[in-house]
Design a protein around this ligand. Structure first.
Ligand SMILES: NC(=O)c1ccc[n+]([C@@H]2O[C@H](COP(=O)([O-])OP(=O)(O)OC[C@H]3O[C@@H](n4cnc5c(N)ncnc54)[C@H](OP(=O)(O)O)[C@@H]3O)[C@@H](O)[C@H]2O)c1
Length: 302
């Protein structure tokens, strides 16, 4: 009987690619998700259990060798807060420890910091502390900006460059981005799952650009016509909020703009990812950003 791994979010974005990589290695996969989806391509290939942070976790994790945790929230809304996401993550790790899970691979973010001004990055640092304290063999994988099919962030930049006359860059646009493919991210996770030592790895791609150059590259490859202008962050945020009303979404948050400006979307380690963003873009520019993908619709109205 092949070994069983548990992956949060196999019907969503990064978790899907982790699940596919594990299945390709001949492992069994159980996913924890809020959205059992019989029409999903993986639906017949993985077991499904609820992504609920209560007593059911013990049963959901029973028999698992490795837990791959992608669970997190992009921003706070209603009762969804970064504090509650940290508590839920702690419940998940505690249940994994009690269930005898051999190893936990936790997807964090590049440049987490317990003293960060940004709650997302502070919260991620706290989840890493919780993981260290739980005493299970573990790997922390810290992605920069993940690109690939079904992504939200890069897709919506491309959407804006196609559909809106002016793309506003908050600030000078010189802060870097170092995108990593979802495929590389999943490979780094699955390779880390196969070992026993405690490690912390950045998941970053081989290329980086100042954000303005990145935007112009995306514009060129998708054939967008938007003019690229600079504005103070509060103006860019205000425009994004108004556009968000029409799209019923939160397009970008102040913290995300400030984190970009602070240079947190780059790694300071030799890159482990090998997929080149420019090549992926050249292959996928025709379809990237044709439709808008709403974070609220995907992750908050489940
Ligand atoms: N995407 C990026 O560019 C990026 C960059 C750096 C770090 N990361 C980190 O990588 C991990 C995976 O990111 P992803 O973009 O691939 O995420 P995702 O697939 O959209 O979601 C990952 C998991 O979190 C759950 N989830 C997402 N939003 C939620 C909400 N509002 N309330 C409750 N549960 C929620 C999903 O539940 P369902 O299974 O029900 O869908 C899924 O299990 C995250 O920890 C993220 O912080 C991502």
């Amino acid at each position: 009987m092949p070994e069983l791994d548990v992956v949060t979010g196999a019907f969503s974005y990064t978790g899907r690619h982790i699940a596919e990589a594990l299945l390709a290695r001949g492992r069994r996969v159980r996913t924890l998700t809020r959205r059992p989806d019989p029409s999903h391509p993986l639906a017949t290939r993985v077991e499904v259990a609820p992504l609920e942070f209560d007593d059911s976790l013990g049963e959901s994790l029973r028999g698992a060798d490795t837990l791959y945790n992608t669970y997190w929230v992009r921003f706070e809304r209603g009762e969804t807060t970064f504090d509650s996401a940290v508590q839920n993550t702690a419940a998940l790790f505690g249940a994994a420890q009690r269930a005898g899970v051999r190893r936990i691979v936790h997807i964090s973010v590049a440049n987490p910091d317990a003293n960060s001004p940004f709650p997302y990055f502070r919260g991620k640092a706290r989840t890493e502390e919780v993981l260290r304290a739980v005493g299970v063999s573990h790997a922390v994988v810290r992605p920069t900006l993940v690109f690939g099919p079904d992504d939200i962030l890069v897709n919506n930049i491309a959407w804006a460059l196609r559909h809106i006359p002016v793309f506003l860059i908050a600030g000078d646009g010189r802060s870097g981005v170092q995108p990593v493919s979802v495929h590389d991210t999943a490979s780094i996770c699955v390779q880390a799952g196969a070992h026993d030592d405690d490690v912390v790895l950045d998941a970053a791609g081989p290329q980086s650009w100042p954000f303005e150059d990145f935007v112009r590259l995306v514009r060129r490859e998708v054939g967008g016509r938007a003019r690229v202008w600079h504005s103070p962050p509060r103006i860019a945020l205000g425009v994004a909020r108004i556009a968000g009303l029409f799209l019923s979404d939160v397009i970008v948050t102040r913290d995300e703009l400030d984190a970009l400006e602070a240079g947190l979307l780059v790694s300071h380690e030799p890159p482990l990812g090998t997929d080149r963003f420019d090549e992926w873009l050249a292959e996928n520019g025709d379809t990237l950003g044709r439709t808008y993908t709403s974070e609220l619709a995907r992750n908050f109205r489940v």
